[in-house]
Design a protein around this ligand. Sequence first.
Ligand SMILES: Cc1ncc(COP(=O)(O)O)c(C=O)c1O
Length: 443
Amino acid sequence: MEHAEVRRMPNAHVWPISASVVHERLQIASCDLAALAAEYGTPLYLLDAETIRTIAMRYSAALRHAYGSNVSIHYASKALLNVGVARLVHSLGLGLDVVSGGELAIAQRAGMPLDHVHLHGNGTPPAELAQAVEAGIGRIVVDNLDQLKWLADYCAKRPTPQTILLRIAPDVTAGAHAHIRTGAASAKFGMPLDDGTAAEAVRLALQAPGLNLVGLHAHIGSQMRDWAALREMIGRLLAFADQQRRERSWLLTEFSPGGGLAVAYMPNEQAGDIETYANTIANAVRLGCERYQIPLPRLIIEPGRSLVARAGVALYSVTGHKTVVGGSDYLHIDGGMGDNLRPSLYNAQYTAALVARPCAPPIAPVQLAGRFCESGDVLIREVALPAAEVGELVAVPVAGAYTLSMASAYNGVPRPALVLLDRGQAMLIQRRETYADLMARDI
Ligand SMILES: Cc1ncc(COP(=O)(O)O)c(C=O)c1O
């Protein structure tokens, strides 16, 4: 019997944990990618369950080791959400963060217990706040004074108080790009400390019979590797909690100090370390709580990107070439900014490999040109690949986060399908959009 020759993918750290090269072809979770592309078409998004499971377990173990059992991990569903993904994260014991009534509806359809769901959002319309309250959502993370006043009013008539946290703008930022830094006092998110807004929010919340204020939340940015910023933000929030305890006898019992851990998109990058992240947060919270003699609150973290990015791989078909005099040639593919807006939005960088020859030596660098009618739709500005034939499959790794969740049907191109891969099994968890879907709202 012939034995399959199995090797690790080069630059394995940017591919799903289950990726391997078998008979010189890229496989994920022992699934043949060419067969999946033939069955579901391209562009096709693949999601490796083993990667998500492994990362979720690392977060859980690291946080428990560093802080004890009074911890919750909520998946920030803005990174990637559909019913299948919500079910998967629920099966791993995680809660969910949602930012809209739509994400909440998906969580409900997935059977996620609503006390494990938190709602965030700076511009959440009142109807969606009401939807969350009526559904019995676990926590609302209140972003601003107007939202707080609206909720206080709405919940005053209800039999049970709505549990809330306050989102603080700590005036500490981190993150790889201005668009993903969320913690400045001038950012649109959260209530500043220095101008008294945060203190006013505590005062109003404590006066509201329909609200139960249990904690504070902050988020300083995504793609974060800045431990000092994380520590500083935690210190500021705990100092504020101490002040509020002294002035209003309010005790912080839940604490959600955020900043999304960086993932490696490119072979020369390293992902932020989960254990260091958990230790940094846990130690800073312990230290601050000891200093102010606050009993340790429940610690909540809400990873999005770092949980799903590496699990995702986008498969595209090569549709043509263009030779450029004095520049890199283009390789045209059948997807682009419609399914992955990040390169156009933040200059995000990706790498790629040919599915049938992932280890073949590259020739000259090429540009991977998206199919959409924008000059800026170049998925990768420079990637060294072997000469690719029309019809060949190109795989782009680290495609699980902020890709499909930001996808559009621009140019009338239906959004791709998503297939969950797990130990040799492939499950279609979101079908490709159809032309009928594109017209479903047209009257
Ligand atoms: C409030 C909040 N929570 C969680 C996240 C998820 O961050 P990440 O995807 O970097 O883990 C974000 C992202 O910006 C956020 O704003």
